[in-house]
Each structure stands twice: as structure tokens, then as C-alpha cells.
Design a protein around this ligand. Structure first.
Ligand code: GLA
Length: 339
């Protein structure tokens, strides 16, 4: 009997920087996805606590993973096909993450948990990179490495400063007296392939003009005549600086400053990177105006989904949307016991 667990993540700051080798500061959540079952039998049979239909496929899968029924199984079919895994797995999936559209990386948690359950000897970087490649194949979104690397690298009580160029992860303790809230915007997140991939393509275009964005300065943007591209670059360059500023503010326990940095991050995502929406902006404004909240911003890819807010301990929100007090938890793991 194999049991694997992979957490979701919330990103504190460093948004849309990972795919240009930038800096991010996410934390793995204590909430995530557990897969348990046993290998063998030549079929992939999985039930899910959040879905009524059972996935039951004969391996190897005949045809494309994108034609698999029920649709929630397409992801899993993509994992099995990419691995050429034909031994079979019979088990169940249990999730403590809210279902779909929250921006807490449930799809990365699922991919990592399934990869761990199916076995194979991979270090953390290989596991994260394989999960990212499988997800890109299954969704067409050319995402960065943040979600998968946070899920495999989580450290209890810590945020993770990740250098997406070297993939170095530096656990960063969160100060006493800080509650991290994750709050749904009320708008399901749709990481529209075209929008995400378009932002990435804009960054790549910029890099052909001024070199790696990770090394660029705001002055370098003076050479770029296209105003929209300049705004995209301004977001990425200033966001990398905000990650450093946030790490320093948290180390100093300066929570008002940390809250201000969140607010600046939100404005940059909304105005320069244009990945926010009126509903998300309204939720950010409402949270920032709530007594006891230091600051709030959109978290994750954008176009809906969730916000992250820094708050004094014990703040309660009077809103209709789903929200939690998030705890930083450990990274993905797998264990096996005799059947
Ligand atoms: C999504 C992607 C990540 C990252 C964020 C934005 O969550 O999967 O790789 O690019 O958007 O920071």
C-alpha cells in the first residue's frame, strides 16, 4: 500500500517571475492531495473524494489522454502516458484543497502526488521539472517551476525563497504575530492559455532586446519603444526587487512594511502586467481596508482565483467568499506499508 501527499501552495510575492528565472516567495500549504493505493493489475483505477465518477482505464491508454472520461482523469492519464507506466494502480485521491479555480495549485499537487505514488527514483528538482512538463503537455500552459517546486520543497513554518534560475530554495521563517490569509476573489480562476502564454512570450520578446529580465534594471527598459512591453518588463523587474524587500521586511518583523509591499505587488500586477480583473481588484481593496489587515494582493497566475493577505492574529473576515488562515507545511512525501 502506497500513500503519497503533495501540498498546494500560496505565493506571498514574486508573481509572473518564475518563467524568466526570477525570484518567488511561496509557501507550501498544510492542505493538499493524498493518493493511496497499490501498484499492479494493468489498469488505472482511481476514485476521488471530490468526484462522483470513478476513473478506470486499461493501460497503456488507447488514444489521447485528452479524450479520457471522466474529464478529471485526463490529467492522470497524461501522467501515466508520459511515464509509459503500464503496471497499473488501484487507489483513491483525497483532497483537502478546495475544488478547482482557487489558484492554490491543486493540479500541481495532484501531478506530484500521482508521480510519487507511481514510483521512480527522482530528486526534488527532477520531480518538479517532470511534473511541470506533464502539466504543460496536458494544458498547453507554458508555466514556470514555482508551483511544482514549492510542492516538493515545503518546510513546516517557513516560506520558500526560490531562485528560479538556479532552483535554489532557501526556507524563510515567518515572523510571530503574522496570519497569512488566503481569500477567494469570488471569480473562478481561468488560466486562459492564451493570456498566460502571451505574457510569457512578451517577456521572451523583451529578453531578446535587453537580455535576461533577471539581470535587467528599470533603466534598461528605456531602450524599448513598445509601451506595453515596457510595462510588462517594469512589473517583472520591480517584482524581483519586491521579493528581496519582502524577505528583509519579514526578517525584521516589519509587518506594516510587508503589507505595503503586497499592495505595491498588486498594483503592478493589475496596471503593468494586466492579469487582474475588476472583481479581484475589488476584493483586494476591500481586504486592504479591513482593520487588522496589513495588505493584500492577487496570488497565482491571475484572471480570478485567490488573494493573499497579511493580517494581525485572529482577524475574522465578514465576506461571502471562501477563505482560510493558511499554515506553511512540509513538502511532498511518499511512504509504503505492506498490503
Ligand atoms: C501560475 C504558474 C506559475 C507562475 C504563476 C504566476 O501559477 O503555474 O508557474 O508563473 O502562475 O506567478
Amino acid at each position: 500500500m502506497i500513500t503519497s501527499f503533495a501540498p498546494g501552495r500560496v505565493n506571498l510575492i514574486g508573481e509572473h517571475t518564475d518563467y524568466t528565472g526570477g525570484l518567488v516567495l511561496p509557501m507550501a500549504l498544510t492542505m493538499g492531495i493524498t493518493v493511496s493505493g497499490s501498484v499492479g493489475g494493468g489498469r488505472l483505477t482511481l476514485s476521488s473524494s471530490q468526484q462522483s465518477e470513478v476513473l478506470d482505464l486499461v493501460l497503456p491508454i488507447d488514444g489521447s489522454a485528452s479524450a479520457v472520461d471522466p474529464p478529471w482523469g485526463r490529467y492522470l492519464a497524461a501522467v501515466v502516458s508520459s511515464l509509459d507506466f503500464t503496471e497499473g494502480f488501484d487507489g483513491s485521491i483525497d483532497s483537502t484543497l478546495p475544488a478547482g479555480g482557487t489558484g492554490l495549485s491543486s493540479s500541481s499537487a495532484l501531478t506530484v502526488a500521482v508521480l510519487l505514488a507511481l514510483g521512480g527514483d527522482r530528486d526534488r528538482h527532477e520531480l518538479a521539472q517532470l511534473a511541470r512538463d506533464i502539466e504543460a503537455e496536458a494544458t498547453g500552459v507554458r508555466s514556470g517551476i514555482m508551483d511544482q517546486l514549492s510542492s516538493v520543497s515545503g518546510v513546516d513554518g517557513h516560506a520558500l525563497l526560490i531562485d528560479c534560475r538556479t532552483l535554489d530554495v532557501t526556507p524563510t521563517p515567518l515572523p510571530e504575530g503574522l496570519d497569512v490569509l488566503v481569500v477567494h476573489s469570488g471569480q473562478p480562476r481561468i488560466l486562459a492559455d492564451s493570456e498566460y502564454n502571451e505574457r510569457r512570450a512578451s517577456c521572451e520578446a523583451l529578453e531578446t532586446m535587453i537580455g535576461p529580465l533577471r539581470d535587467a534594471t528599470l533603466d534598461d527598459l528605456g531602450q524599448v519603444s513598445d509601451e506595453r512591453l515596457r510595462s510588462r518588463g517594469r512589473h517583472v523587474i520591480s517584482e524581483n526587487a519586491r521579493v528581496h524587500a519582502m524577505v528583509d521586511a519579514l526578517a525584521a518583523g516589519d509587518l506594516p512594511l510587508a503589507g505595503e509591499i503586497l499592495g505595491e505587488g498588486h498594483r503592478s500586477l493589475a496596471d503593468d502586467y494586466e492579469v487582474s480583473t475588476p472583481i479581484v481588484d475589488a476584493q483586494a481593496a476591500k481586504l486592504s481596508a479591513t482593520p487588522g489587515i496589513y495588505g493584500a494582493r492577487l496570488t497565482g497566475g491571475g484572471f480570478g482565483g485567490s488573494l493573499v493577505a497579511f493580517a494581525e492574529p485572529g482577524v475574522e473576515l465578514d465576506i461571502d467568499e471562501w477563505w482560510i488562515r493558511a499554515e506553511p507545511g512540509p513538502g511532498a512525501s511518499v511512504s509504503s506499508t505492506p498490503d
